[in-house]
Ligand binder design. Structure first.
Ligand code: FAD
Length: 344
């Protein structure tokens, strides 16, 4: 079977890898000159565990996708840092609430433990002395998103998968026999086409409705000693869409703060100002005793998830369209790819 994939984000690349394993001949089309233009190149790098709503398909895909990254890290050669997450509490009222939350999470099957101030400090020496303890959630990981994407491309190219960079797909004709792909350079026919174009999907496929976008600023720092992802158990700035953000140690020793949350009209908005960066960093400083040094800041845009919104996979004739891949799409991508390739 000859398969075309539109979009070399984490979803498209995982589908390519999964298809390759099953002997399918794959060609990828990517509008940009390299990987990382879309959301996948501008994420916080967390391989997630807890994702509300727990019953949603995307939350279940994330739990399935998470452990697959260990074997992918070995076979593709990118770094993954395994570490717990700490939901930190500041006072004794929050401690009582933490007890209830921990019990609920345990009941839901997550690996959680209430730990005291000293155990919290052992895991994250730079955490603020005002933190009284935390809920420790096991099973998280962090990756450097661009390193992951580049490792996929190297692995796929070495196995003769064609990746057409700088080639935008402008139309997908879902014919009865073989779908036709019209690009800025050529017209092709394939046996099947998978559209995994992230925010670009709405321009390519007419009837998927309006996609809205949100941008998050993230700040990379150095000089922080912490071996856990840290977030406040109760944060004034958290809501369903921001999911709170946190302090996120990356595999190379840098520590990311964020993301923030802001509406935007463009799916490819990566603009962040120094002011955004300082504001984002400032949201987390009360969780720490030391001051980090900013080494880099950037923003990423993803699809906005309204309440109850879930990943959508639509199949029509020989064309599969995947859209609405919001957070935690990076974590879920390997499991989503298995599901999609199973349905080819
Ligand atoms: C600030 C932020 C933080 C995040 N943090 C996390 C996190 O910590 N963990 C997590 O699991 N998820 C996270 N996410 C979510 C995650 O990044 C996305 O869900 C995921 O990357 C979506 O991947 P994708 O492949 O669907 O889209 P994209 O990465 O956007 O890829 C789509 C690709 O398609 C290409 N394309 C578009 N149109 C065309 C066309 N017509 N022809 C050819 N190519 C085309 C684009 O150039 C792009 O490369 C975060 C997102 C943001 C914005």
């Amino acid at each position: 079977m000859r398969l075309a994939i539109v979009g070399a984000g984490i979803v498209g690349l995982n589908i390519a890898l999964e298809s390759l394993k099953r002997g399918i001949e794959v060609t990828i089309f990517e509008e940009a000159s390299d990987v990382g233009r879309g959301a996948s190149g501008h994420t916080a790098g967390v391989i997630h565990v807890l994702q509300l709503p727990f019953k949603s398909w995307k939350s279940r895909l994330a739990l399935k996708g998470n452990p697959i990254y260990d074997s992918l890290s070995e076979s593709l050669g990118f770094r993954i840092r395994r570490l717990p997450a700490l939901l930190a509490y500041r006072n004794y009222a929050e401690k009582a609430a933490a007890f209830v939350v921990a019990k609920y999470l345990k009941f839901k099957g997550f690996k959680v433990k209430l730990i005291d101030k000293r155990a919290t400090k052992d895991l994250c020496p730079d955490i603020s002395r005002h933190i009284k303890g935390s809920i420790k959630v096991d099973g998280y990981g962090t990756v450097i998103p661009l390193e992951v994407l580049k490792a996929y491309v190297k692995f796929l190219k070495e196995r003769s998968v064609e990746i057409h960079f700088n080639e935008k797909v402008i139309e997908v004709k879902s014919e009865d026999t073989k779908p036709e792909l019209i690009t800025t350079k050529n017209t092709y026919t394939f046996d099947k086409v998978i559209v995994a174009a992230g925010g670009g999907t709405k321009d390519l496929i007419q009837d998927i409705g309006n996609l809205e976008f949100v941008k998050g600023t993230m700040v990379l720092t150095k000089g922080i000693d912490c071996n856990a992802i840290v977030a406040a158990l109760f944060s004034k700035t958290r809501n369903k869409k921001t999911k709170g953000g946190g302090i996120i140690p990356w595999p190379d020793g840098r520590v990311l703060f964020g993301p923030s949350f802001e509406e935007t009209n463009s799916p490819w908005d990566t603009n962040a100002s120094e002011r955004d960066a300082k504001e984002t960093l400032g949201r987390y400083l009360d969780l720490l005793d030391s001051s980090p040094k900013i080494v880099e800041y950037f923003a990423g845009t993803r699809i906005k998830a309204p309440p109850k919104y879930d990943f959508i996979v639509k199949k029509e004739k020989n064309v599969i369209v995947i859209y609405g891949i919001d957070s935690p799409g990076f974590t879920a991508a390997p499991a989503l790819a298995r599901h999609v390739v199973d349905s080819l």
